[in-house]
Ligand binder design. Structure first.
Ligand code: ATP
Ligand code: MG
Length: 294
């Protein structure tokens, strides 16, 4: 059975002129309804790309995606637009608040897009801004708000149309530790009390440990899944096995890549990029396995 949110063998290739970037290389992930999960991984590993596919902003080059139990792999632009308005609330890595609009208007905007009646809009914007603690900042524009406050407006705006799913791309990236912790605490509340399914990308291990599951991405693939609630030993054993499997795959891919290069089936640029990524992955896995005593 398909999970509430599921991606299967996702590949994403970005083309910039002659150069190809493989952002996702066969990534699979399953998330159940009501879960709050985190995605961690180095810069450039494909986290934002994955969220953008789940959020219906960009299509995958190959693979399948289901969101809220529905397959969106071949969805039309109109269907994806509807999904962005009603099903998925998206908090972007670079907050996408409109600078000329006040906090109130920024939260109201998604409701205007779906023709919510004026009375209901007013009630909901006010409620949402009060819930995120910004009842006294409604008429401030983004420039007149602190980083944490802006982040809270973005969350309120993402929740405006009451979507069942919230995806958050580094929602605490630019914030100090305390403010970041407050935002995370709030997201936990949204998860528990409003029952939203939440995916959060974070670089903070402490934040990741507070979620139901931690997915680690490297080089466009999930390399481990960890349940923080399980014992450390069980987690370590599971992770070690995944690292070992991935190491075998990486070595095979490196060998294949060398063959392709020798046979001139790949451009030098692509070879160099791929070689560097794979070597980095291999070194990371070897280092981690060594650290774990293997
Ligand atoms: N629109 C695009 N066009 C071309 N290449 C892109 C595009 N968006 C991302 N990439 C490339 O795809 C890879 C994955 O990028 P992505 O933004 O998903 O990484 P990330 O894991 O979110 O990184 P960060 O932690 O820095 O936000 C990177 O190598 C990036 O340069
Ligand atoms: Mg990113």
């Amino acid at each position: 059975m398909v999970s509430y949110i599921e991606a299967k063998d996702l590949v994403k290739v970005y083309r910039l002129g002659e150069v190809e970037v493989q952002a996702l290389r066969g990534l699979s992930i399953k998330i159940e309804q009501g879960e709050m999960v985190s995605i961690v991984g180095p810069s450039g590993s494909g986290k934002t790309t994955l969220l953008n596919i789940i959020g219906g902003l960009t299509g995958a080059t190959a693979g399948q995606t289901w969101v809220a139990g529905r397959e969106i792999t071949n969805a039309s632009a109109a269907q994806l637009g509807m999904m962005r308005q009603k099903v998925v609330g998206h908090i972007f890595q670079t907050l996408n608040l409109i600078p000329t609009l006040t906090a109130y208007e920024n939260v109201e905007l998604p409701m205007l897009a779906v023709n919510t009646p004026a009375v209901e809009r007013k009630k909901r914007v006010t409620e949402l801004l009060e819930t995120v603690g910004l009842g006294l900042r409604m008429n401030h524009k983004p420039d007149e708000l602190s980083g944490g406050e802006k982040q809270r407006v973005a969350i309120a705006s993402a929740l405006a149309n009451d979507p069942p799913i919230l995806i958050c791309d580094e929602p605490t990236g630019d914030l100090d530790t305390d403010t970041g912790a407050m935002i995370i605490e709030f997201l936990h509340k949204v998860n528990k009390e409003m029952g939203k399914t939440i995916i959060i990308v974070t670089h903070d291990p402490a934040q990741a440990r507070q979620t139901d599951r931690i997915y680690r991405i490297m080089d466009g693939r999930i390399i481990s899944v960890q349940k923080p609630s399980e014992s450390e030993e069980a987690n370590a054993a599971m992770r070690a096995q995944m690292y070992k499997d991935r190491l075998v795959e990486t070595k095979t891919e490196l060998a294949d890549l060398n063959t392709m290069f020798r046979e001139q089936r790949i451009s030098p640029e692509n070879f160099a990029e791929r070689y560097q990524n794979l070597t980095q992955t291999k070194q990371f896995l070897e280092r981690e396995l060594h650290r774990m005593g293997f």
